[in-house]
Structure formats: C-alpha cells, structure tokens
Design a protein around this ligand. Structure first.
Ligand SMILES: C[S@@+](CC[C@H](N)C(=O)[O-])C[C@H]1O[C@@H](n2cnc3c(N)ncnc32)[C@H](O)[C@@H]1O
Length: 272
C-alpha cells in the first residue's frame, strides 16, 4: 500500500462487513472476482452509481467511495448510519407488527418525513421482515411489500460497526448520470438487470436507460466494470461502446418472481 489515501484493503486482508440490508441483485458473490482488478489499479476512489445493498463497497472496503442510488430510503438509511443510527422501534417477526410499521413508514412518506432517523429504522425493519427483502412501491410512492414469513430474523439494534467506513464514504441519491467522475476513480456499475420489468424504487429502468448507461460509462476516462444480465442485446450494447465483454455464471439470490436458478451474468471491462 502506498499512502493512506490510496490504500485499499482487499477482501483477503480484512474481514469484510456483511451488508446490513437484503437487496435484490446483491453482488457479494462477485467480490472475489472484482478485487484483483481493484488491487491491480490501486484507485483513489470507488464509485458505484447503483450501490444498492453495498455488497461490493463493503467487500472491497475502499478508503474513499462515492456511493449513489436512486432509492431515497436506501440512501437515507446510510446517511443515518453515518450519524449513529440505532433502532428503538418495535421489531418483531410478526405480521401485525410488520403491517403497523409499514403503515407508520408510509405515513412518514406521505407527510414528507421520510428522510429521518425514524424512517431509517422502519426501512431497516421492513427490509429484514418483508417478503424476500424486496423494496417495492406503488404508484403513489408507498411501500407495498407483504410480510415475509421468515422462521427467524436477527435484528440489529445498532450499526456502529459500519460507522468508521461510512464516515469516510459519500452517499448520494439520484440518477447515475448526475455523478461527477474524477481522475483516480474506479467505477463499478451494477444497474437493474435487463429484463422486461423490474422495479426497485418508484420508476423503472427500461431499455433506453440501459442504452443511456452504457453510453455514459463508455464516455468515462477511468477504469469501468459493469455487470448485467447477459442478454444478447446487453452484450452487443457494451461491445458497441468499446467494452471487453465476458460472461460468468451467477447464483440468483433474490428475484421478484422467486426464480433462483443460476443465470448468465455479463462482466464488461473498459480501461484495463
Ligand atoms: C442490481 S441493484 C444494485 C445491487 C448492488 N450492487 C448490491 O450488491 O447490492 C440496482 C440498483 O440500481 C438502483 N437504480 C435504479 N435506477 C437507477 C438510476 N437511474 N440511477 C441510479 N440508481 C438506480 C436501484 O435502486 C438498485 O438499488
């Protein structure tokens, strides 16, 4: 390692923290594949335009990171952890508790109180207790995931273990294209999969967004790795924008339709 700013700790050097949330499309399984590229380049900052559950950021543990997602509840949860979030709401793995907390969370959304510590606690509880860890909203932006029926859930009541890392990292909420990329960055982009329909937050990610993203990534003059479902059109799109494209077999962890079969994942590289 050269300087503290440049230094990174690879997954083989630290015991990386487990992501605090369940997240559809989580990429913990990809950490060991990505770490060698990160180690080789020794970038100054990890940029994840679609940080989701933070599997990659926590696995790589960079000194500096710019972690973005369009989901405002997710980013509020991370901001609240930076500020010392602890949970003192009722957290029980029971349907009545779940629906009460869901109603309370939606009430906070309706009265513009969703960017608060209370909303972050409820978001954490709903994520752990709801069906498949899904994060789904109706047209009015209200959370509508049903109770999950897990046998046992270990709820965290404080998130101090994440604070040293989170305080060094910057979390932003918005569309990926608003990010300011700097020399010394390393981008890992993991957008919603190219499938007919998938919704992570209000507003989907359709084919025109996939095209917009591949173009935007192709224009960045820093190393980029992008992953996606290896559909024919996605492979062609990334090749068109100058990426070297590879495919790997991915385990399916959580999916909206309960499909957990292995799937072909694309890894696209630029700037290596
Ligand atoms: C496949 S998930 C990322 C999973 C993450 N790599 C992990 O390991 O947990 C895709 C993420 O993209 C976010 N997203 C969807 N549209 C977006 C957009 N236009 N800009 C930024 N983030 C977006 C979703 O909220 C979701 O968290």
């Amino acid at each position: 390692m050269t300087s503290p700013e440049k230094a990174i700790a690879s997954s083989s050097q630290v015991h990386s923290l487990v992501p605090p949330l369940k997240w559809a499309g989580g990429k913990r399984w990809l950490v060991d594949r990505l770490t060698p590229y990160w180690d080789e380049i020794q970038p100054q900052r990890l940029v994840e335009p679609f940080c989701g559950g933070l599997a990659i950021a926590l696995g790589v543990s960079p000194q500096q990171a710019l972690l973005n997602d369009i989901n405002p509840h997710l980013i509020n949860f991370y901001h609240q952890i930076q500020q010392g979030l602890s949970c003192n709401i009722r957290m029980e793995n029971q349907a009545d508790c779940y629906y009460q907390n869901r109603t309370e969370f939606n009430h906070l959304i309706e009265c513009q109180q969703a960017q608060t510590a209370e909303a972050a606690q409820l978001f954490y509880y709903l994520n752990r207790t709801g069906f498949n860890g899904l994060c789904r909203f109706n047209r009015r932006g209200l959370f509508n995931v049903p109770f999950g029926r897990y046998k046992k859930i270990n709820y965290k009541t404080d998130f101090q273990e994440y604070q040293p890392l989170f305080r060094r990292w910057t979390f932003t909420q918005g569309d990926f294209a608003a990010l300011a990329i700097e020399a010394g960055d390393f981008i890992y982009a993991d957008p919603p999969y190219d499938v007919e329909f998938r919704q992570y937050s209000s507003g989907g990610f359709d084919w025109s967004d996939q095209e917009r993203l591949a173009k935007w990534l192709g224009e960045q003059s820093v190393p980029v790795i992008a992953s996606n479902q290896a559909t024919e059109r996605i492979l062609a799109l990334y090749k068109y924008h100058g990426f070297k494209v590879d495919t790997v077999v991915a385990p399916r962890r959580i999916s909206c339709n309960g499909d957990r079969r292995p799937a072909q994942e694309m890894l696209a590289f630029k700037g290596f």
